[in-house]
Design a protein around this ligand. Structure first.
Ligand code: CMC
Length: 479
């Protein structure tokens, strides 16, 4: 097979099925108990909790419109005298939502019921944003008005320019975005009533409109170039490319193929139900905090390499691998349980079949590289070869680790001319739509309460505090 062939062929389904490894949560303290104290929770003896061992017969069951039934455990403490343990909330629904549905086993992603591939094919980014925010597709008049509303808010207060100057030129743009978006709360705080529908609409529009400007300014600042003001004559993706790549001294017009690819990418990254950054938005929003700081929290969560930061990490991984002959060595590292190294751009918490976003991006990536004449770029050829090798490797097949959205988005962003540090900021621009849609849904949900999870406490039981002269010396846990 030629190195480029794997992008052209249909996404190969993995055939082997494996049972996920049971991870036990044996997070135990290695510290000795002080006199009068102890380290409970380590005993393998199971407490008898009436009802729980009989299969939770008395707990109500909720039925989503699609997907498995959900046991409502809210009455557990009152009726069963216990709590539920679910680190990372992998098996727990944290809210009701009608925005996006992910079926990880079958590789399905629906925006308000519409399959992602249909949305990418038939909708613009702003149509998609309206759909996610409002539940239904806009009619022509609504779309025109929404487009006007968004373009009216694309500029940032001139004072915001000064905030950038407080950062080092080599600051990571995600750090800059986190700071700037949080700082925008200072411009829109007093008078913003999050329980007022009109105020929420304006805050949502401002966030969607200003994020491309803020991201592009972070890039321009890092390059030592003047900020480019938004051009409201341009579409959302074209305006973003214009603010990223135009300079005052010469004309710039983004290639149509680049605009099309970016628009598709923005749509694909617009929402993904209760992912880490959206959950961060909901968590901070549940405290009734200002929506701009909630968004700054979501940006922080997105930055991590296990989440949105993976697209940047994919490029770093490819650079680290360097040449195809080093792929086996990197795969060995990725499989070694004593090595924390993971192959970025592969695997997903929810998708245990081909990521439907990757399925849409794959041919798009191919078309873009072709149109931009980049099929022979050595790094991109390496990416294609890596994907081919991984899809045929037993370790990845058994664990159902497919290329995820960030594998392709990283390649597309690079082809568009963005440096790796700008990949996640552009992802943040897209995901802002999902964040504000979920924030609005949460604020208007009567069941919303401040997030306050429980814990499985495994520290010492109550013990007397010794005077300093009587204390034994223990190695510090931190530091
Ligand atoms: N490379 C090597 N091994 C992997 C990888 C990987 N990329 N991903 C998962 N595994 C292994 C993992 O070690 C575990 O093996 P074992 O069962 O032998 O212990 C098994 O696969 C299951 O993994 P897990 O850690 O239980 O899966 P998770 O749901 O906790 O993690 C993930 C999901 C996305 C964090 C993980 O697959 C990963 O680290 N991938 C690389 C980072 C990445 O590409 N992230 C972007 C995700 S898509 C964007 C988004 O939606 O946020």
């Amino acid at each position: 097979m030629s190195p480029t062939a794997s992008l052209d062929r249909a996404a190969p389904p993995h055939t082997k099925h494996s049972t996920p490894t049971a991870h036990t949560a044996a997070a135990t303290s290695n510290r000795p108990s002080a006199a009068g104290g102890g380290t409970p929770g380590q005993s393998p003896v199971r407490a008898r909790v009436p009802g729980v061992e009989r299969g939770l017969p008395s707990l109500p069951v909720l039925h989503p419109t699609i997907g498995a039934p959900i046991v409502d455990i809210r009455t557990l403490p009152r009726e069963q005298g216990c709590y539920a343990y679910d680190p990372a909330l992998g098996e727990t629904a944290i809210c009701r939502s009608a925005i996006t549905h992910v079926d990880g086993d079958n590789g399905v992603l629906l925006y308000r019921g519409y399959p992602i591939d249909a949305v990418v094919e038939h909708c613009s980014f702003l149509e998609t944003a309206w759909l996610l925010l409002n539940g239904e597709l806009p009619d022509a008049a609504q779309l025109a008005q929404f487009t006007r509303d968004i373009s009216r808010h694309t500029m940032v207060n001139e004072q915001v320019h000064a905030i950038y100057r407080g950062f080092r030129r080599d600051a990571h743009p995600m750090a800059v975005m986190c700071g700037v978006v949080g700082a925008v709360a200072a411009f829109y705080h007093d008078g913003l009533d999050i329980f007022d529908a009109r105020d929420r609409v304006i805050a949502s529009h401002r966030l969607i409109a200003k994020m491309p400007t803020i991201a592009a300014m972070a890039y321009k600042y890092s390059q030592g170039q003047p900020f480019a003001y938004p051009n409201n004559e341009l579409g959302y993706a074209a305006n973003l490319l214009n603010m990223l790549f135009s300079v005052p001294c010469e004309p710039y017009s983004a290639p149509a193929v680049a605009v099309k690819a970016l628009e598709a990418l923005l749509i694909i990254q617009a929402d993904h139900e209760q992912n880490a950054s959206t959950s961060a938005m909901r968590l901070v929003g549940s405290t009734r905090a200002n929506p701009y700081v909630c968004t700054a929290a979501a940006i922080a969560a997105l930055w991590g390499p296990l989440h949105g930061g993976a697209n940047e990490a994919v490029l770093r991984t490819l650079e680290e691998i360097g040449t195809a002959d080093r792929i086996p060595e990197m795969l060995r590292r990725a499989k070694d349980k004593n090595d924390p190294y993971r192959l970025m751009g592969f695997g997903h918490r929810v998708y245990k079949s081909y990521d439907p976003r990757a399925k849409v991006l794959r041919p798009l990536c191919h078309q873009l590289l072709q149109a931009l004449g980049q099929r022979d770029d050595p790094l991109l050829r390496l990416a294609i070869e890596l994907e081919r090798v991984v899809l045929e490797d037993d370790y990845f097949i058994e664990r159902k680790l497919y290329p995820n959205v960030d594998f392709y988005s990283g390649i597309i962003y690079r082809a568009l001319g963005l440096p790796p540090v700008m990949f996640t900021p552009v992802f943040a621009v897209a995901r802002t739509v999902g964040w504000v849609a979920h924030w609005n849904e949460m604020i208007t949900d009567p069941e919303t309460r401040i997030f306050r999870p429980r814990q499985l406490y495994q520290g010492p039981t109550e013990r007397p505090l010794p005077a300093i002269a009587e204390r034994r010396s223990y190695p510090p846990l931190v530091g």
